[in-house]
Design a protein around this ligand. Structure first.
Ligand code: NAD
Length: 489
């Protein structure tokens, strides 16, 4: 593997868009405030809007004022960021503007260039090829691609092929912003920085794994985009499968891009297919109807969309990783909109003690140990253990389950809550792809997810209704209970 030098220029496509204003520009501000950006880094925004440098600087200042708490803002950092900025209007479909953009890139660069495609995915290939045609995609350049990479395997291959005509795989950084979250890196630290967990991290000791990504929001203004996608493609194909990979992968020999991604792809390729024969038993699709979110009445999905639809806003699966480590362990995955809470968590439930020495009521107090890794709303790691309930009881010793906090609130109390893009930008600027998704991973994930979508179509499975503000259709509960399990709530 070649080692990239830190980028001297970051060029953001879609620099006036929603993602840029909410996440990307505020992340760059925070990196600037902590003096983590290379001294010579310049930032070039580009989008269709005809703005001059000052107009773009105003947009950047406004987005920072909007997204960064007043207590964390300071003039020096803002000035430092604005000093790095430039803007060039360009439209991917207008060659003259792309030629001008490419010359600007060449004029501003003082070494490596990082491009970030924060526009619609249909532009990724054309934009990359246009940069190549104008001599701005050669050695020393790399490109970050936002999700979604396609909406099925065929469209993902088309995008990947198209980008590959300009950039070789080593220079492509596919974003899954979940990988930039502190809690996800904490999971890696916990697994591979401690000797305690790894001996237990297998089917002999783990009963089941659950991964939940719950959203309380509906589709609001994004209905048309979402309706074309749905929970399986929009969330499960990328975020949930990436989390599953990090839980299930074998220890990589190094924390580097090749070693980590080689282990993740093995997990994806070991996923037992859920196809036409299995969908009815191993998957549940749902769509929210009118209900309540945070105590406020909200309309159903079809009402928000203005028409009826067969798109799922909820999906639950019972997945299996067919290898020695995980044989027989179900991985329950669920994600949806208009669920009761905004929560992302991974729950690893260990097997029960092989035999209880406690009799009577105490035996029924016994709960299996569990490890909870929470990414949202707050980042937290908790180990559920059995302990003696303090005090006396006429029937003898009593036990209760206690949650041991492993996230060292006190120790790291001063750490600021970061936007995932801070880590991702820092790594991409430095040329480190460990927390980005490789082409084979994206395509293996699509292949697995496509079989489920195909199964639903072939079996005539349409989403079951669930009232907004509930944990999906009742069938999602039966999915676990049929096998003697239950969702952690
Ligand atoms: P947006 O519609 O708000 O912004 C799109 C940007 O692309 C604008 O700056 C626009 O000027 C530019 N653009 C449009 N047509 C162009 C053209 N022909 N040539 C050059 N530039 C053009 O989109 P967004 O919500 O910021 O999303 C950007 C990307 O990030 C998408 O791929 C989206 O899927 C992805 N994404 C967004 C979010 C989010 O929360 N917004 C989350 C995850 C991924």
């Amino acid at each position: 593997m070649t080692h990239a030098a830190p980028a001297s220029l970051l060029t953001i496509f879609g620099a006036t868009g929603d993602l840029a204003r909410r996440m990307l520009l505020p992340s760059l501000y925070s990196l600037q405030a902590e003096q983590l950006l290379p001294a010579n880094l310049r930032i070039l925004g580009t989008a269709r809007s005809e703005l001059d440098r000052e107009g773009f600087a105003n947009l950047v200042s406004a987005s920072i004022a909007d997204r960064i708490a007043a207590a964390e803002r300071n003039d020096a950092a803002l000035r430092g960021l604005l000093d790095r900025l430039d803007y060039a209007a360009a439209s991917v479909d207008d060659d003259a503007s792309m030629a001008a953009l490419a010359s600007k890139v060449q004029a501003l660069r003082d070494g490596d260039v990082l491009y970030h495609m924060s526009t619609a995915p249909k532009f990724y290939g054309p934009a990359c090829q246009s940069l190549a045609a104008h001599g701005a995609a050669g050695a020393g350049t790399r490109v970050m691609l936002e999700k979604p990479i396609g909406k099925d395997l065929a469209s993902a291959i088309a995008i990947n092929d198209s980008v590959a005509m300009a950039f070789d795989e080593e220079r492509i950084y596919r974003v899954d912003h979940y990988l930039g979250k502190e809690g996800v890196q904490n999971l890696i630290a916990l697994r591979f920085g401690n000797a305690l967990f790894e001996p237990l991290w297998n089917a002999r000791h783990i009963e089941q794994v659950q991964i939940t990504v719950g959203e309380t929001v509906g589709v609001e203004g994004r209905g048309d985009y979402y309706d074309d996608s749905g929970a399986l493609r929009d969330m499960l194909q990328n975020h949930l499968l990436q989390l599953l990979c990090l839980v299930a992968m074998e220890p990589p020999a190094k924390f580097d891009p090749t070693a980590v991604r080689n282990e993740k792809i093995k997990v994806l390729r070991s996923l037992r297919p859920i196809g036409r024969e299995q969908v009815a038993h191993e998957s549940v699709a749902g769509q929210y109807t009118a209900g309540a979110s945070d105590g406020v009445a909200v309309p159903g999905y079809a009402d928000e969309l203005g028409r009826s639809s067969r798109t799922e806003t909820f999906v639950a699966l019972r997945a299996h990783v067919d290898n020695w480590r995980w044989s027989g362990v179900p991985f329950y995955l669920r994600t949806g909109k208009r669920l009761p809470s905004r929560s992302t968590e991974i729950y690893i439930q260990f097997r029960k003690v092989p035999y209880s020495i406690f009799g009577g009521r105490t035996a029924s107090d016994m709960q299996p140990n569990g490890l909870l890794i929470r990414l949202q709303p707050e980042e937290r790691i908790e180990l559920d253990l059995m302990a003696k309930t303090p005090g006396l009881d006429r029937s003898g010793l009593r036990l209760s389950q206690v949650g041991l906090d492993l996230d060292f609130h006190e120790e790291f109390a001063n750490a600021r809550k970061r936007i995932a893009y801070e880590r991702l930008y820092l790594d991409a600027i430095e040329g480190n792809g460990t927390l980005f998704v490789r082409r084979d991973e994206t395509e293996a994930a699509w292949q697995w997810v496509d079989a489920i979508a195909d199964g639903w179509r072939a079996a005539g499975i349409t989403p079951r209704p669930y009232p907004a503000g509930t944990w999906g259709p009742g069938a999602a509960v039966s999915l676990t209970e049929r096998h003697g399990h239950g969702w952690r709530e």
